[in-house]
Design a binder for this molecule. Structure first.
Ligand code: PLP
Length: 460
């Protein structure tokens, strides 16, 4: 496929409205009628919502039940003017934020010495953790050339953090089950190591890393241990209570020194919140930004942003209260059952090979056909799955959307039929499959250049 064909495909996918709905390249002279604006928004978004409402999207919308969404929207709107940057105006935001931190820390077996902040999402929680370890290691140990150990399944946000904060990312191997290889981690610890990362579970395969072993290694070597529970932090504690075989992964392990956990995923909060927790005050003190000499006044901010949305923080607080422990347990039970059923089903589909074991993410590839063509075939049937790269694969992260009647059966039926179609037409490349194909074969720097120009094009 030629480059302009690829761009045309992306145009269809990412910019379908520019011609249909009229675009505002400049501000209208006079304000547009509110009703018209809302109708214009609804007319496009309602079409988009169909995909996730019917359970055709991997991850992305974790709850999506109408009454729940309406409730959190209401909570948002009550506090929509709140800005936590001004705790004197809105002490309610401080209350919501500190109670979110406290509830989450309790869920993760943290005692009262555990500290935390509400951030804008998993990436910000991770950026903050990495920056904190860098500053802590410089301050306490004089480490000037910091390194962080990242199993190859760790989220890209860690690499982004290394890129932003000038830290060396030391990538370590996975074992045959796609979990972090503890032996390889051990071999990469040195005097510049500031922290080791483990995921519970990782994004690509949904596999839970051996946190008890990694955290012991971290403890013995006196380095930080960050558990990335962004994806699974609101599932695993309840899965454990439901009798699933989930290893310890939280503050109950003495070597775990920080945890990122996303309220806006399986915490069922509105998009735009996550929590970063540290074992003690000494660590979080290295996260905060304070300025005692600025002409604009005494200035401090706990996280990356200055002003923040008090609305999403309020919505998050409301979601935690609305669900309660029983709500999360019930949701987790449904997701685990749907996941078990899906896994059992894909094992029966000829030509599919599972990539690792996970409680709620089904990652798979094929040794017979091009898996990206399978992803594309599923896309033609309305399924938006996540493509995995190096090695090639696809995953479905199950959410409450997939627990609705008939969704998993429909997924398995479509996947089985698509496998047959691709097997019958092995050379047919379409949609995003050539883009993945190119990314797999081109040198990394060339792929990065291509991606940078695509990102620019997207927002232009
Ligand atoms: C394991 C893991 N960590 C971090 C993140 C990043 O979260 P966000 O997209 O909210 O920044 C994700 C997102 O899916 C994830 O799965």
């Amino acid at each position: 496929m030629e480059m302009d064909e690829m761009i045309a495909e992306m145009q269809k996918r990412f910019k379908p409205y520019t011609e249909k709905e009229g675009d505002y390249k400049t501000m209208p002279e006079e304000g547009v009628d509110r009703k018209h604006i809302l109708e214009a928004m609804s007319s496009i978004i309602e079409i988009e919502n169909k995909a996730w409402e019917t359970g055709h999207v991997s991850g992305a919308v974790y709850n999506g039940q109408t009454e729940h969404v309406e409730f959190t929207n209401k909570a948002y709107s009550i506090a929509s003017q709140n800005n936590p940057l001004h705790p004197d105006v809105w002490p309610s935001s401080l209350k919501f934020e500190s109670e979110i931190v406290s509830m989450v820390r309790n869920m993760l077996n943290g005692d009262s010495s555990v500290r935390g902040s509400v951030t804008s999402g998993g990436t910000e929680s991770i950026l903050l953790a990495v920056k904190t370890y860098r500053d802590y290691a410089k301050d306490k140990k004089g480490i000037a050339e910091p390194e962080i150990i990242l199993p190859k399944s760790a989220h890209a946000a860690f690499d982004k953090a290394c890129h932003y904060f000038d830290i060396k990312a030391v990538w370590t191997e996975l074992d045959e089950n796609y979990a972090a290889d503890v032996k390889d981690i051990r071999e990469h610890i040195n005097e510049n190591t500031i922290a080791i990362v483990g995921s519970t579970p990782c994004f690509p395969y949904g596999v839970i890393d051996p946190i008890p072993e990694i955290s012991e290694l971290a403890r013995k070597n006196e380095v930080g241990m960050h558990v990335d529970a962004c994806l699974g932090g609101f599932i695993l504690p309840w899965a454990k209570k439901l009798g699933r075989n989930i290893p310890d992964f939280d503050f109950s392990l003495p070597g775990v020194t920080s945890i990122s956990i996303d309220t806006h995923k399986y915490g069922y909060a509105p998009k735009g919140t996550s929590v970063i927790l540290y074992r003690n005050s000494d660590l979080i003190q290295h996260q905060f930004y304070v300025n005692g000499s600025w002409s604009g006044g005494i200035y401090f901010s706990p996280t990356m942003a200055g002003s923040r949305s008090g609305g999403v923080i309020a919505g998050t607080w409301a979601a935690l209260l609305e669900q309660g422990k029983i709500g999360y347990i019930n949701a987790t039970r449904k997701i685990l059952e749907a996941s078990d059923k899906t896994r059992a089903g894909i094992r029966k589909i000829k030509g599919i090979r599972e990539m690792g074991q996970s409680p709620f993410v089904i990652a798979f590839t094929s040794d017979e056909v091009n898996i990206y063509q399978v992803m594309e075939g599923m896309s033609r049937r309305g399924w938006i799955l996540n493509g995995l790269h190096r090695p090639a694969g696809v995953h479905l992260a199950l959410t409450l959307r997939h627990t609705e009647e008939g969704v998993t059966d429909m997924f398995l039926k479509d996947l089985s039929e698509v496998m047959d179609e691709v097997r019958a037409n092995p050379g047919e490349e379409s949609g995003m499959s050539p883009v993945y194909g190119m990314a797999a074969t081109f040198p990394e720097e060339a792929v990065k250049d291509f991606m940078r120009s695509i990102v620019e094009w997207m927002y232009t």
